[in-house]
Design a protein around this ligand. Structure first.
Ligand SMILES: [Zn+2]
Length: 272
């Protein structure tokens, strides 16, 4: 569920609070949360200092001193929280990273248990290449987006969700972006002309930046490192508005399946 804006907001908050802190003890309560495995992860990170954060798409990278790096992916319901060291771990807390010399700890919680904290072999750039991630959705150039959309036979919705095409969009923001562009999610990606792609790219940036300013969208579980929900859900025009009148034309928003995902669309505004 967390998409680019939620991860960006999380990164900005953490940046002000954990850079310069060293990792003390690590407690792992759910082995699969830590990759490649808890022992390897814990041995490598203990004593290392957080030097820099870097986000690419939905991944958040923690750069540690001596060229160490971690990659966090929250998947469906993951949360990374900075809490008092004395706070007891609940049943959804899978990893606790104590911060040496501070009275706080970073905890990774995840109800659905799909989120992962990975110790990288190399740099984040290498990881991004290995995963074949596309350019970050805030940075991609229109010409590159045009080229990638032009060579797929898939729908525009499927193409935008593909992290190898553009990194950072998920179901919520893709629906919001396509509605604002009055493009049917079922339309073939390759049918968009350069002008439409340029406009789409501007809207991608505008929607993501607006959502970042509103601290992201909280539909179910997303909270930032302080436990605060986002507020962009109040600005959603189609997502989660099935049956409610379209804010442009009044037609009820419908939910259809596209690319295996629930997709929210105005059948009039997004007819083609
Ligand atoms: Zn409409």
């Amino acid at each position: 569920m967390p998409e680019l804006p939620e991860v960006e907001h999380l990164a900005r908050g953490l940046e002000t609070r954990i850079l310069g802190a060293a990792i003390g003890d690590v407690r792992c309560h759910f082995a699969a949360s830590l990759e490649p495995d808890p022992r390897c992860f814990i041995d490598a990170v203990r004593g290392r200092t957080f030097e820099k954060l870097h986000r690419h798409g939905k991944y958040l990278f923690f750069l540690l001193d001596r060229n160490g790096a971690l990659a966090l992916h929250l998947r469906m319901t993951g949360q990374l929280l900075l809490v008092p060291e004395t706070q007891a771990a609940d049943k959804h807390t899978h990893v606790e990273l104590l911060l040496a010399g501070r009275d706080t700890k970073l905890v990774f919680r995840d109800v659905r248990k799909f989120g992962r904290l990975r110790l990288l072999d190399g740099s984040p750039e290498q990881f991004i290449r290995e995963k074949k991630l596309g350019d970050d959705a805030l940075k991609i150039y229109a010409r590159r987006l045009q080229r990638l959309l032009g060579k797929t036979s898939r729908t525009i919705k499927a193409a935008l969700l593909d992290q190898r095409v553009i990194a950072g969009l998920g179901n919520i923001y893709t629906d919001e972006i396509l509605f604002r562009e009055a493009i049917s999610p079922l339309r073939r990606a390759a049918s968009l002309d350069p002008e439409q792609v340029a406009s789409l790219r501007r809207t991608i940036r505008a929607v993501l930046q607006a959502a970042i300013r509103r601290n992201g969208t909280t539909i179910s579980d997303y909270v930032d490192d302080q436990g605060h929900s986002g507020s962009y859900q109040g600005s959603l025009l189609v997502y989660s508005r099935t049956g409610l009148p379209c804010k442009r034309c009044g037609t009820p928003i419908v939910r259809i399946q596209v690319a295996g995902r629930s997709t929210h669309v105005c059948p009039v505004c997004q007819a083609s």
